[in-house]
Each structure stands twice: as C-alpha cells, then as structure tokens.
Design a protein around this ligand. Structure first.
Ligand SMILES: *Cc1c(COP(=O)(O)O)cnc(C)c1O
Length: 381
C-alpha cells in the first residue's frame, strides 16, 4: 500500500459549478459564486462581513493594513506558524514578536503573550494549529486589558469552534484559507471575516481588496463612476475558484465527519502508546474546542527518534511529514535577531513532531495500515 500525505477531495459538484460560472460569463471576481459563498459563510458561521480573497496570506495582509500597522508597531504571534502570519506584519513595516506555544495544543501561550507586551504592541495574532482553538477567553481578555487588536489566523480552522463560536469570529478579524492542502479547497483562496460592527472599517476593507478603488459602491449603484480613493491591491479571487469552493462548503459537515473518523482511529489506537519510551504525545482536543480535524500529529521523545520514524515509515510507503520550521530560528528569524534557544519549547516540540497522512477520502484500510506500521515500528526501536 502507498499512502500519500494528502489527497485532494472533490464532492462531485465542482465541475457543474465551474461550467455554470463559465456559462454566466462572469469569471472575474465578485461574480455569482463569490456572492453566494460569502453570504453562505456569513450565515453558517455568524459573521458580520466576509470578503473572499485570493488566499489566507492576503486576508492577513488586508488585516494588517486595516488596523493601520506601520513602522515601530509590534504584533505578538507564535513562532510555530507559517511565514504568512509574520510576512503580513512585516509588509507594513511592523515587527513580529514571537511567543512560546503550549505543549498540549502547540498553540500560543497566553502567559507568554502577556510577558511580551510592550508600549509598541498593537495586536495579537493567535494561530489555531490544526484547527484546534487557542485559549481565546484569555487572549481576548489580554487584548481588552491592553487595548490590542486580535487577528485570528484561522487558516487551518475553518468550521472549528471554541465554546459556541466558530474560529475566525472571536477576534476583531479572522483569516481563512481554502488552499488545496486545507479541509475545504478552492485551489488557492481565502477569506477575511470582519467581526467589528463598523461600516467605515468594512468599507475600507472593500477598498483595499479592490485595488484602492471604491468599485464596490459603483457595483451596488451608489455612485456612477469609481475612482482611486486609498492604498490597496488586487485580492479578489476568480469566480471559477469560488464555484469550486461552493461545492466544498455545501459539504462542510460531511467533510468534517470523514476526517473525524480517521482522526478517532488514530487517536484511539496511538494514544495508548504514549510514554512507551518513543512516543510522548499525540494530537489532542481540549474540552472547549470542537475541531475540524485538520491534522493528526505525533510527538516523539527526541529529534533523532523522529528522523528514524519518518524514514521507517517512508520505507513502508507512508508519507508522514514534519511541520512548521519555527519562524524565530529560520534564516529570516535569525536576521530579525532571534536565536533558536530564545523559544526552547517551540524549538523542541517542532523538532520532535510528525504529521500522519490524513485526508477526507482516506479509507479505513489505509489508516489501519498506517496505525499497524507505526505499532510495528515502535517494536523495532
Ligand atoms: C496555510 C496557512 C496559511 C496560508 O494560507 P494561504 O491560503 O495558502 O495563503 C497561513 N497561516 C497558516 C497557519 C496556514 O496553515
């Protein structure tokens, strides 16, 4: 058996919707499918305003522009994330400040956030790793105490919840990804969730997304000619991509339960092996969180055990993989002045982590093969 790390899942309606988008002759942005997808997300997740974007990276960029980040400003985020979180801040001339993660979820540690606040801090960017929520109550209360914005990087967290709220809807702004590797895909794509009830801010977001123009007002007939009114860029996805996404989000919960099934099989068998001298932890979902089961990881006792495990699995044709190289110890992070030992827990956890194959179309047979191979590998150590 050959188990890929990831496999794209189509619901079956994608081609019909793509064809329909083409027949409508509206394949640029903000056509028929963009509208239904954004209102669908607003209704399902209870979001004030959703603007579809070309990626989560771009949703994060729009967020940074919206809160007016600039040189001298600092934004606290985990080091254990994708570079986009930090790039969004740096593109505005501001500085990312990296905080530690917690051992149970690999999410940002609220205690370390508070330690890293300075008079320059403007915002916190929590990243919901693997679709498992950060400690949002603590993070929101820190943000109130110090008057900071919260921008959720919910790229991996579409359709997950914290208590009774969807991820991306708790902070001031939330950013989603529909990249081909995520749970719900358009190929490339994303969205920004605006959770602040402020019509000026929403209008500004529309302008930034529309190349700095007030084209939106023109489209709804409020003005008869649109013009350049602010700084912006081109963040609007093609309606063809949104047609694909519509097919996907109509299956929000069935896709989630397919993944849940695989996740549970992994969890039920592998969590029994924790503390066997090789495995020190696996993915877990805290009690206030309902997950979208984006990924499943193992934490091995050491980096060398992790390396051996990966190569043993590769020989059995299982494509497991590592995850984020911490940003603080990357080439760019070191240019920013960080040393690997600045965030020892992040460094240690990321070096001992592997992700197992998990995709919506994964069969029971495939996941059993992965589980049995891991159990066999444990015996060889
Ligand atoms: C995937 C991912 C992104 C980037 O998403 P794109 O839509 O590909 O730009 C950003 N942050 C995190 C945490 C991610 O996992």
């Amino acid at each position: 058996m050959n188990i890929p790390f990831n496999k794209i899942y189509f619901t079956g309606k994608e081609l019909n919707y793509i064809e329909d988008a083409m027949l409508r002759e509206q394949i640029a942005g903000d056509g028929y499918y963009t509208k239904i997808v954004s209102s669908y997300l607003e209704c399902e997740f209870g979001i004030k305003k959703v603007l579809m974007t070309t990626s989560a990276t771009h949703a994060l960029e729009i967020s940074s522009m919206l809160i007016g980040l600039g040189p001298g400003d600092e934004v606290i985020m985990p080091s254990f994330t994708f570079p986009s979180t930090a790039n969004a801040v740096m593109l505005q001339g501001a500085t990312p400040v990296f905080a530690e993660i917690k051992e149970n979820t690999l999410n940002i540690d609220p205690y370390d956030i508070e330690k890293k606040i300075t008079p320059k801090t403007r915002a916190i960017m929590p990243v919901h790793y693997g679709g498992v929520t950060c400690d949002m109550d603590e993070i929101m209360s820190i943000s109130q105490k110090y008057n900071l914005y919260v921008i959720e990087d919910a790229a991996q967290g579409v359709n997950s919840k914290y208590k009774n709220k969807y991820l991306g809807t708790i902070g001031h702004l939330g950013c989603y990804s529909f990249h081909g590797t995520k749970n719900y895909v358009s190929g490339e794509g994303g969205a920004i969730a605006i959770n602040i009830d402020d019509s000026n801010l929403i209008e500004r977001a529309e302008i930034i997304r529309q190349k700095g123009t007030n084209r939106n007002k023109f489209l709804i007939g409020e003005i008869d000619k649109y013009s350049w009114v602010d700084i912006g860029s081109s963040y609007i996805p093609s309606d063809i991509l949104m047609a694909i996404l519509y097919a996907q989000i109509q299956e929000l919960d069935s896709i989630k339960s397919k993944r849940e099934h695989i996740y549970r099989m992994y969890f039920d068998s592998l969590s029994d092996c924790i503390d066997n001298g090789i495995l020190r932890g696996v993915s877990q979902i805290p009690k206030d969180c309902s997950s979208n089961y984006h990924l499943f990881y193992l934490l091995l006792e050491s980096e060398s055990i992790k390396d051996k495990m990966l190569s043993k699995l590769k020989k059995l044709n299982i494509n497991a993989t590592t995850h984020f190289q911490p940003l603080h110890s990357s080439y760019m992070g070191q240019k920013l002045g960080y040393q690997p030992f600045d965030l020892p827990l992040t460094e240690n956890l990321s070096r001992s982590l592997i992700r197992l194959p998990l995709y919506s179309s994964m069969t029971e047979e495939e996941s059993l093969y992965v589980i049995q191979s891991i159990e066999k590998t444990f015996k060889e150590f």
